[in-house]
Design a protein around this ligand. Structure first.
Ligand code: GLC
Length: 546
């Protein structure tokens, strides 16, 4: 094994990643489900965009109770997505284009169909029994009243054992017992299997939840989390250049500093979600939406930017497969779709961290509204049933689903204006957004002012201007309700990012040193005299060098 010196500046600190949700990216065999040959067929497009790596949502064998986040074999490709040869070809073809593949590892839980769990259920004496988290109990009297993320209890009874198993997600996703060193060893072996195949890194699903302690009702950041991560990093990720990003819904700045310490003893970076929760009612579920407070958003980003600078590393994202489309959420998916999609991109991509673009974000794809029967997500279905049973008005429940449902981001990638948006020749597993004839890759590539080219430019700026990677962050006008503006400065370079978050005109006083700065990027075609007057959702980046 190579020596472990992770203290050097990582290549991933000036890289940009692109998340592919394979089920919805590109189908090649007409079954309506995206596949690995489909991903390979789109690598040239991704190279044109300029990304350095692909985070591939799970493609391992799975009964798909939660779209692959329920793995039944960590070392096999699900036939729905293709074969191991397809995977090897993807790694190789991506490498030819200087793109690395980041695999999504679901290490907190397996599928209930994983052979380990099937064995574990056999008897209390079975060597695999202790791979999972069990507690004795009586039928209808679970060990405690903890609930699962997808609704219902976090405990499921197995009558033949007289025991309950613990699952933070659905009953089809039993939690692994990380306290058992044999479990950890098995997981490290599967990681090594993928490293040897040439995988460039890993996204670690709900990694902050592995060290659970249900007796104390602890799910995230349990007592041994940092020990587990240190061991995981030492035993499984000790490879020159591997990048690791841990999904941590409960991270705060202090926790993230430890998880992404520059000595590389834990992970390369975190996915933290504090900004994502700023438009929900305090203390309520994500379904209970509230208007976004721009000052709160700015304070949050600023605290993270300043807090991790020099002592940790953050990822930068607004969209992923669990979140509604950002343009429909904080932007405007009507008349200002293009302007606001670009504005959100510029707001994020001027910051320090490693950006992740979620498929379709780069062309400004939007949320969808479907009748309830057409949704596929386990979380949406459970929510609908639970809230109706609790007496909610169905129209209110649907409004929450339209605003926050995960299937918003899971509709097929819109490639062109032809039937099913060029995603499949068959019947797509979930409907294509009806706006595909206008919003699609082909149209975006043909229009020099499209959202696509804004992302392309932002990616190249990150590589050209060191200040984006290493500059200090200063928030301007923190109380302003419409404008998000900040500067980034290093010893010689100065960048100003100005974003109007509203559909109204507004004014902004450009700081004196930037009066004669170069305008690197603006999201409006027609230029105008003064930078200080902002049109709806207008954004710009100004830059000068000493
Ligand atoms: C993560 C995944 C999500 C999945 C859950 C359980 O949050 O991103 O899609 O449902 O973990 O694995």
């Amino acid at each position: 094994m190579p020596s472990c010196d992770k203290s050097k500046f990582g290549w991933w600190q000036s890289a940009v990643f692109y998340q592919i949700y394979p089920k919805s990216f590109q189908d090649t065999d007409g079954n309506g489900i995206g596949d690995l040959p489909g991903v390979i067929s789109r690598l040239d497009y991704l190279q044109k965009l300029g990304i350095d790596g692909i985070w591939l949502s799970p493609v391992c064998r799975s009964p798909q109770a939660d779209n692959g986040y329920d793995i039944s074999d960590y070392c096999a490709i699900d036939p729905m997505f293709g074969t191991m040869q397809d995977m090897e070809r993807l790694i190789e073809e991506a490498k030819k284009r200087n793109i690395v593949i980041i695999l999504d590892l679901v290490l907190n839980h397996t599928s209930e169909e994983h052979p380990w769990f099937l064995q574990a259920k056999e008897s209390r004496e079975n060597p695999y029994h202790d791979f999972y988290v069990w507690r004795d109990g009586e039928p209808d009297r679970p060990p405690n009243d903890m609930g699962s993320v997808f609704g219902g209890p976090a405990w499921t009874y197995v009558p033949s054992l007289g025991q309950y198993y613990f699952h933070q997600f659905s009953p089809q996703q039993p939690d692994l017992n990380w306290e058992n060193p044999v479990v950890r060893r098995h997981l490290y072996d599967t990681i090594r299997f993928w490293v040897e195949k040439g995988i460039g890194g890993f996204r670690l699903d709900v990694i902050d939840q592995i060290a659970k302690d249900p007796d104390r009702r602890i799910t995230a950041f349990g007592p041994h989390l940092y020990d587990f991560l240190r061991e995981l990093s030492r035993e499984a990720f000790c490879e020159e250049g591997l990048v690791t990003v841990g999904e941590a819904w409960s991270a705060n700045v202090d926790r993230a500093k430890i998880m992404s310490a520059p000595d590389g003893s834990q992970l390369s970076m975190v996915f933290q979600f504090e900004h994502i929760g700023l438009d929900q009612q305090p203390g309520k579920a994500k379904w209970d939406t509230a208007p976004l407070s721009l000052p709160a958003l700015k304070e949050c980003f600023s605290r993270w930017q300043r807090g991790l600078s020099g002592c940790g590393w953050n990822s930068l994202f607004l969209d992923n497969h669990d979140l509604p489309r950002i343009v429909s959420r904080w932007g405007n998916d009507g008349p200002y779709r293009v302007e606001s999609a670009k504005m959100l991109a510029m707001m994020l991509h001027g910051m320090q961290g490693t950006p992740y673009i979620y498929q379709g974000e780069e062309i400004g794809m939007t949320n969808i509204r479907l009748p309830i029967e057409e949704y596929r997500d386990i979380e949406i279905k459970n929510l609908y049933a639970e809230r109706l049973a609790a007496g909610y008005d169905p129209a209110d429940v649907m409004a929450s689903i339209y605003a926050r449902g995960r299937d918003n981001a899971r509709t097929p990638m819109q490639w062109e204006a032809s039937p099913h948006a060029g995603f499949t020749d068959g019947e797509p597993w979930i409907p294509v957004n009806p706006n595909f004839s206008e919003v699609n890759v082909q149209a975006a590539l043909a229009d020099p002012d499209s959202v696509f080219y804004c992302y392309q430019k932002l990616i190249s700026l990150r590589k050209e201007l060191p200040v984006i990677r290493d500059g200090s962050f200063t928030l301007l006008c923190p109380e302003d309700e419409q404008v998000f503006a900040y500067t980034r400065d290093n010893e010689t370079e100065h960048l100003l990012v100005i974003c109007n978050f509203s559909s109204e005109n507004t004014d902004f006083t450009v700081p004196e040193p930037f009066m004669k700065a170069e305008k690197l990027l603006c999201n409006y075609k027609e230029t105008k005299e003064t930078a200080g007057h902002l049109r709806p959702f207008e954004a710009m980046m100004l830059y000068y060098k000493d």
